[in-house]
Structure formats: C-alpha cells, structure tokens
Ligand binder design. Sequence first.
Ligand code: B1M
Length: 216
Amino acid sequence: MSEEMYNELAQTVVAGEPEEAERLAKQCLEQGLEPLDCINNGLTKGIQRVGELFATGEYFLPDLIIGAEAMKTALGVLEPALTEGGQGREVLGHAVLGTVEGDLHDIGKTLVGTMLTANGFDVTDIGTDVPAADFVQAAQENDATLIGASALLTTTMSEQQKIIETFKEAGLRDQVKIMIGGAPVTKSWAEKVGADGFAKDAISAVTLAKRLVDGS
Ligand code: B1M
C-alpha cells in the first residue's frame, strides 16, 4: 500500500504534475505515512528519474523545471510535518546553510535545512547562488558555529573550496565547522578542500552536524 503511494508520488514528479503531487502528499499524511519516507521513497526517486531522462536527452530543461516544481509543491506539504513537535527543545547549534555561487539547485539544500531544524538546530538558510563572502557575513551576523554549503554541479563544486578559503582569510576558520554536500560531492573531495565533513543525504547531514558541534 505505502509502496504504491510512493510510486504514485514519484510518478507525479516524472510527469511534472504539481497539483497531483500536492494532493498525493496530503493523502500520504492522512494515511499516516512518514513524511521522510514519502520524500525519500517517492519524490526523490521521481526527481532522480527526471535527472536520468535529462541526461539521456529524453527530457529537456522545461521537463526538469516542471519536475522540480512538482517535487517542491509536495515538499511544501511534507516538510512542515517533519519539523512538527520540534519547538521548545534544546538548541544544538546555529547553522548557516546555502547553495554555492553559480548554482540554483535548492531542493536538497532545503531538505537538509528542514532536517537540521527538525533535529534541534537553528538554521539560517541564505538561499542559492550565494557568493563565498556572503557565507562568512551570514556566519558573523548569526553567530553560527556550523556552515553548510551545497553544490549540485561539477562546475560549482570548486565554490565549496572557495568558501573554506574565504573563512580562512577572514580569520574565522577555527570558529566554525564547515560541512559540504550535493550530488557530485564525495568524501575525498571534502578531504581535499579541507571541509570538516561531507554528507551524502539529509539524514547523514544531521548525524554529521551533531558530531561536528559536539566535537566528538
Ligand atoms: Co539541474 N542538473 N541543472 N536543475 N538538476 C542536475 C544536478 C544534473 C545532474 C542533471 C543531469 O544532467 N542528469 C546536471 C548536473 C551535471 C553535472 O554537473 N555534471 C544538471 C544540470 C546540467 C543543470 C543545468 C546546467 C541545466 C541547463 O540549464 N542546461 C541547470 C543549471 C542551473 C544552475 O544551477 N546554474 C540546471 C537547472 C535545474 C533546475 C533549475 C531546472 C532544477 C532545480 C530546481 C531547484 O532546485 N529549485 C534542476 C534539477 C531538479 C536537477 C535534478 C534533476 C534533481 C536535483 C534535485 O533536486 N534532487 C539533478 C539530477 C540529480 O541530482 N539526479 C540535476 C533531489 C534532492 C533531494 O537531492 O539535491 O542531491 P540532492 O540533495 C540531496 C543530497 O545531495 C544531499 O542531501 C540532499 C537530500 O538527500 N545534499 C547535502 C545536498 N546538499 C547538501 C548539503 C549538505 C549535506 C548534504 O551539507 C551542507
């Protein structure tokens, strides 16, 4: 039953049907399905399929845009359910989160932010296409101890390195932990650029963030 719902959700993203995606997302919650399972087993599978079809030339940019729109509409229903009941808990740390300069992909970054919020972090989301210097400024303005930089393009990954260098130049590298992520990002890239850690998905991002602020 849940498997069927996940497949239908995925299909709304592949077919680019925002209204149907929203309707099904609401239905999932009404049926008591876990929002994170709906995201991981439904929506994410759908958008990955869209990416594959784009890579093989069967889909074009408008298909990518409308697929993302369907996913975001459904996330608009599911993400608030992830953070429900999270108020009033001890704050584990303040995180500044953004997508690097030149990169407009925000779905994964926003999901990481939602999961961090749901797990006790104060999150300042500084958006997409964010220059390195703005990460530093936001960290100072918000007294952030954790920085998260997302990159989805092989051509924008180098910005993650630039962010780390910019923190060093500002004399603030020791005051923050910097984690990076995004589809093309790997552990070895994180080591190469001197990040404090890399997470492959939103759940591991929470585990990593807790470890980084804990110092363990
Ligand atoms: Co773009 N795009 N896109 N795209 N897009 C990819 C990334 C691509 C792999 C598609 C493909 O060719 N198969 C490809 C990149 C190829 C490459 O770099 N080698 C690509 C391309 C080429 C482009 C354009 C250049 C296309 C063009 O214009 N010709 C263009 C670039 C625009 C720009 O950024 N300057 C472009 C545009 C777009 C849209 C705007 C249409 C849309 C984004 C809409 C939006 O975000 N608002 C879009 C989409 C939807 C995709 C795919 C299909 C899906 C991305 C997504 O949302 N995934 C993507 C293909 C793919 O990834 N399979 C693709 C779902 C999301 C939940 O997963 O973002 O991976 P993800 O996030 C995960 C993890 O990576 C991790 O946790 C998240 C949750 O589990 N994570 C972190 C992410 N950030 C993290 C940060 C962390 C920790 C973990 O710590 C800080």
